[in-house]
Design a protein around this ligand. Structure first.
Ligand SMILES: *[C@@H]1O[C@H](CO)[C@@H](O)[C@H](O)[C@H]1NC(C)=O
Ligand SMILES: *[C@@H]1O[C@H](CO)[C@@H](O)[C@H](O)[C@H]1NC(C)=O
Ligand SMILES: *[C@@H]1O[C@H](CO)[C@@H](O)[C@H](O)[C@H]1NC(C)=O
Length: 432
């Protein structure tokens, strides 16, 4: 498919470098077109959500619940979309580049402990290790992890210090990577929608590192930049988004949360490929009534470190020599209270990083003497063990769950519509 007619021999007259440049430009144009389409598409959807917001505001105005917050936000959003078009029209201008978050802050805040004060990437590999024989015996991924394990703080690429302003009942935080634009898009339209529910505010954030695929890094980064301009819901740090760096994502989020979110009651943290019911989360939180040190999820007790080298979760004894991990919740989705999240930040600072992020969080909980609670509505290791089982796609099960692992964007959208339709479930599964 070729939209622009090229004279014959157009490509053959180019050398490799020119061809590469041409290819790169074409790719960027394609991506920009895709983003533009998304914006147009979103514009039409947004009309609906505006009405929804207004309806909610009206419904809750009588409860004396800050109706302006939602309206103000809506206003901010329309401004942002407008900015986007303005910017898009003046292509090639340097203003296109989103200014670094630190520059947006007033100068007085620069040094205060209430801001992300890490501005430079200052970390060299710990070459001392390479002289040690146990280190040389490890796989290259573990070597890479250990060489940089002491690097604990990275600068932010996109920050949103304003995200937690005012009282927030539930902050939804989703681990994602630059390339998964479609997953974030579906989440924003389904369970991750920012809203006011029963008069309580729900906010959403995505956590990103830097794209690990070098060839596509530039294009995806550009896209993430646009995405953030439109939605303002991306926190990005300047470390490589790799499996072992997920723990960095955890510690960076905890520090960020500790810094900017003094008034958040609860945090839901999860993956970008799970199904979540925010209504069920609300119902659960209602039932536990201000319980302290609340940490609930798909908890594993006495899990053994995996010692088979082929396994994704393999951990050599040189890294962890105990028989069992402390109790921990599957990272696919768990719920904790805000004060505990802040204490977890402090606990994390007392430990060396561990390459598996959810186990690391279990270690932090152990430092605080907090035992995570297991709840059957969190299914981060799959609904039914047999992947092919029909139950894994049965909407009546999803309706009663809080988190279910793991759905592709189209499946998630489909399931969302099924669960939120007039679904009649003959047999009510009581889990909450
Ligand atoms: C490497 O060893 C030197 C000398 O023992 C020490 O000063 C330095 O802090 C070590 N580097 C790291 C990253 O631990
Ligand atoms: C984690 O990110 C840092 C910074 O980008 C990088 O140097 C390091 O190699 C990454 N670690 C792993 C295990 O991928
Ligand atoms: C286990 O690891 C710890 C810390 O890495 C170390 O101090 C201890 O000696 C190890 N124990 C055994 C039995 O290897």
């Amino acid at each position: 498919m070729c939209l622009i007619p090229f004279p014959s021999g157009f490509f053959s007259r180019m050398n490799n470098r020119e061809r590469w440049r041409f290819f790169k430009r074409a790719t960027v144009m394609f991506f920009l077109a895709a983003v533009a389409l998304t914006v147009v598409h979103r514009g039409s959807i947004d009309m609906k959500s505006r009405f929804e917001l207004e309806r909610q505001v009206r419904m809750h105005a009588s409860d004396g619940v800050e109706p302006n917050a939602a309206l103000k936000e809506e206003h901010m959003f329309s401004v942002r979309v407008k900015d986007f078009w303005d910017v898009a029209e003046q292509k090639q201008q340097p203003e296109l580049i989103v200014t670094a978050p630190s520059e947006k802050l007033p100068a007085t805040e620069g040094l205060s402990p209430t801001s992300w004060d890490v501005t430079t990437l200052n970390c060299s590999p710990n070459l001392n290790l390479s002289q040690q024989s146990w280190f040389r015996d490890l796989g290259s991924n573990f070597q890479q992890f250990l060489l940089y394990r002491h690097c604990r703080l990275f600068p932010m690429v996109f920050n949103h210090p304003e995200k937690c302003s005012g009282e927030i009942f539930l902050l939804i935080v989703i681990k994602s990577v630059a390339t998964q634009h479609d997953r974030r898009e579906v989440i924003r339209k389904t369970w991750g929608k920012e809203q006011v529910l029963d008069g309580k505010r729900v906010k959403t954030l995505f956590l990103l590192g830097k794209p690990s695929n070098e060839a596509e890094r530039e294009n995806h980064q550009k896209l993430v930049e646009y995405e953030d301009k439109i939605y303002g819901d991306i926190l990005q740090w300047d470390f490589l988004d790799s499996f072992f760096n997920l723990t960095l994502k955890e510690t960076h989020f905890l520090k960020w949360f500790h810094t900017y979110c003094p008034d958040v009651r609860y945090v839901f943290k999860g993956d970008d490929d799970v199904f979540v019911s925010v209504e069920n989360i609300f119902e659960y939180l209602e039932s536990i009534k201000n319980e302290k040190n609340m940490f609930v999820g798909d908890v594993l007790v006495k899990a053994k470190p995996i010692r088979k080298k082929e396994n994704k979760y393999y951990i050599p004894e040189a890294l962890y020599n105990e028989t069992y991990y402390p109790p921990y919740a599957g990272g696919g989705g768990f719920l904790m209270d805000g004060p505990l999240a802040r204490r977890l930040d402090r606990a994390a600072n007392t430990l060396e990083l561990f390459p598996i992020d959810d186990v690391f969080l279990g270690m932090c909980l152990e430092v605080l003497h907090v035992t995570p609670t297991k709840h059957n509505a969190f299914k981060t290791f799959g609904l039914v063990k047999n992947r092919k089982s029909r139950l894994n796609r049965e909407p009546c099960f999803f309706k009663n769950m809080i988190v279910v692992h793991k759905l592709l964007p189209a499946e998630l959208m489909h399931m969302w519509h099924l669960v939120n339709s007039d679904l009649v479930c003959s047999q009510k599964v009581e889990l909450l």
